[in-house]
Each structure stands twice: as C-alpha cells, then as structure tokens.
Design a protein around this ligand. Structure first.
Ligand code: KMH
Ligand code: ZN
Length: 273
C-alpha cells in the first residue's frame, strides 16, 4: 500500500481559543502549530490565517508572511492554503491565498454549497467553482477537491469535463458536516471517484479518528487538526496539533502503514516542486 499522507489542518476559520486555547492566531502561533504537526509526521499543512485577535482573514500579505515563516521552520513541508476562507467572504477575498509568491503548490477547491450549521451557508456556485479551478490551473496550483457530499464529486466532474482539472484528481471527503461520517458513507464516496484518483478523509469532531482508521485500512490518506477536531480523546483537549498527528501515526503503525515524507507525498499526489 502507498505510504500515508497526513495533512494537519492547524487553524481553521471557525474555532477559537475559547474552544481550545492552543488554536493559533498570531504568525508565531501558526508556526508553532505547523511545526508541532510537521515534527509529528504531517507532510501537508492545510492553512487558514487570522488577524492577531483571531479574526479570520484571506489577506494575501498575511498568507505570504505565514507561509514564509512556516517554510523557515519546516523547509520541505507542503503548504496548502485554503481558498474557502470563512463563511460570507467574497470570491475575490478568498482567492488572495493563491496570489502569494511563489504560487502555492497545493490549495483547496470547495466543490459545492452546503449547510455549515445554524443559519450559516457556505456558498460555492458552479461558476465560483469553475472560476477557482481555472485560476488554479493557470497558476499551476494542484487543487484538493473538498467534497462534503456525493453531489460535490459530480460537480467536480463537471469542472473536469470542461477541462479545468488535471488528472490525477485528489479529493478530500469532509464527513460529519453536511453528510454523516460512517464507514458506509466513506466507502460510497471512495467508490464514486474516478479510478486513479487519490483521496483523504477529514472526519469532523468525534469522527476524526474513526475515519482516520478506516482510511488507513482502505489505502486513503488522513487529515486531522484543530480545524476539524479539538480533542485528543473524549473530554481531553489536544495540547497542540502535533498530538493529533501523533495519534494517527500510532494508528498507522499498529495497522502496518508507513508515513509519507513531504517528498513522498509530492510523488503520490503528482505535485512537482
Ligand atoms: N471555513 C470553511 C467555510 C477550505 O478550507 O477550503 C471553508 C473551509 C474549506 O474550511
Ligand atoms: Zn479549511
């Protein structure tokens, strides 16, 4: 089986220090969390950034500073900026994370509109998705196709038919937001993507490690981190993102799966640096 790529979603846009005091806001805190995840075995850092007071931002300048600071401490890590940002941001705001120099190797591409809890709706119209895919292709950025339910795989395939995506495709199944996070759901999603694609699962909240274990067995890849889950186990807050990554590394060891380095992850994902 291929080695396991672990992505750490270290910050997110919704969680705060009230939920877990280790959620990073400042550049120093972002670097601290990225390094803890990298040292524990993460090869990809999924990145959102904040103002110092915790407000989510897609500022190009803030991304530039944070990416450079992360790469100083974790020189070979794959940094994957979010183009999702936070609910309510405009497309132009969101796209700023792709404008840093040099362009990112990897970035998220959210493939549909969804209910984000309470009254929140995370809007991604077909035209937004096609436009983001076109811009990423022009800038040489590999998209991670964020799919929160099966219909979003179908929308991604519409973008592919239009020539906006380059194979092999890479999907992230975000389970436990709009779609439930069961083994049946994950097996269904994996069976719905084109042969030759790679995939990661992000199990939200208490589903994080259940989904990780299933992905390790199935040959997929795993995302963990404060964006998705703040707890190491029931009632125990994680002290840092590294603890969440370490738990996946332990699971992988128990199940006989080796961990990919960033260079190996680039090969698996067909990302050329
Ligand atoms: N914060 C969510 C509204 C992504 O990074 O591309 C969007 C999100 C997905 O987190
Ligand atoms: Zn995100």
């Amino acid at each position: 089986m291929e080695k396991l790529i672990i992505t750490a979603a270290i910050c997110g846009a919704e969680v705060t220090k009230d939920h877990n005091p280790a959620v990073p806001y400042t550049v120093e805190e972002i670097v601290r969390e990225a390094k803890s995840a990298y040292d524990a075995g993460a090869s990809v850092i999924h990145l959102h950034v904040r103002e110092d007071d915790g407000t989510p931002t897609q500022s190009k300048d803030r991304f530039q500073v944070c990416v450079e600071a992360i790469l100083k401490e974790c020189p070979d890590v794959i940094v994957q900026p979010s183009t999702g940002g936070a609910v309510g941001m405009t497309d132009l705001e969101r796209l700023q994370s792709t404008e840093i120099v040099p362009a990112p190797e990897f970035a998220t591409l959210d493939c549909g509109t969804l209910n984000f809890g309470g009254d929140e709706i995370f809007i991604n119209t077909d035209n937004t998705i096609f436009n983001f895919a076109k811009i990423m292709k022009e800038r040489g950025i590999k998209p991670e196709l964020e799919v929160f339910d099966k219909g979003m795989i179908d929308i991604a395939m519409k973008a592919h038919k239009k020539g906006l995506l380059v194979e092999p495709l890479h999907f992230d199944f975000v389970l436990g937001v709009q779609m439930t996070a069961t083994v049946r759901d994950l097996v269904f999603m994996v069976g719905s993507i084109p042969a030759g694609s790679t995939w990661t699962v992000s199990g939200i909240g208490r589903h994080e490690f259940e989904m990780a274990a299933v992905a390790i067995i199935m040959g997929g890849h795993v995302r963990v981190g404060f964006e998705d889950n703040l707890y190491l186990e029931k009632g125990v807050l994680a002290k840092n993102n590294g603890e969440l990554v370490e738990k996946v590394v332990k699971l992988a060891k128990l199940l006989g799966r080796e961990i990919a380095t960033p260079a190996e992850a680039r090969k698996i994902l067909s990302i050329s640096k």
